[in-house]
Ligand binder design. Sequence first.
Ligand SMILES: O=C(O)CCC(=O)C(=O)O
Length: 257
Amino acid sequence: MPLRDAIDHYREHGWARLGVLADEATLSALRARADDIMLGRVAPEGFFFQHDAPSGRYEDLEFGAGWVGPSLGYRKIEKLERDPLFRAWLENPCFERVVRAVVGDDVAIYRATLFSKAAEGGGSALPWHQDGGSFWGLDRTPELQLWTALDDAPVGGGCVEVLDGSHKGGLATPLGGMIPRAVLEQARASERRLSLPARAGEVLLLHNLLWHASGRSTTGRPRRAFTVAYMSAATRCVRRRRAPRQFVRVFERQPAD
Ligand SMILES: O=C(O)CCC(=O)C(=O)O
């Protein structure tokens, strides 16, 4: 899809497909790197880890445990902008064109995150949520995430599911994050969910306020995806309990033409 059409679709629906952008060599390198980071073959310090619960239930996740030793069962790894391979991918020229068109010339990232559903056990289902709100501790809500499938993510097997157009309704709660059950029921989110199956290498644009979720991997293979939240570099951290976060700027070269 031409870039302009993809961006128009994203503005209207809260999501859009950019097509398969990562070739097999890139995917193999990123998958191998994800394994190396999970298995401690790359020093784990500097990354943020969250392991899946043994039950595979999101409700049973242990928050704050971080690195718990070598395992392919981590569900989330953040701060991947510190890794040269993931950093190179999130700054690729196609992403640069999309991000500059939506965000502007001066760009930072809020997070660069791997979401993984392990082959063994299938990971956990991620409930309906939005990526914003006071929980994010920012003076404005970022609006653009680029999500890259590192593995196939089929319908019923860990693909992203969305409520089309829901970004237009703003935040479901001031805190953001998980959407309360009553709000989901009122919106009939289960009936209206739209599955976005993706092939390995495919990239989706996702608006931060789009209601989205994902199921477990049912294929017996891992389902990994790398997602990056881009925002204006003018965005400020407003948290008070600790020193405000400083955000990593990206695309600091001349704008691509
Ligand atoms: O990859 C997934 O399973 C979902 C990603 C997601 O929810 C997010 O980027 O906020």
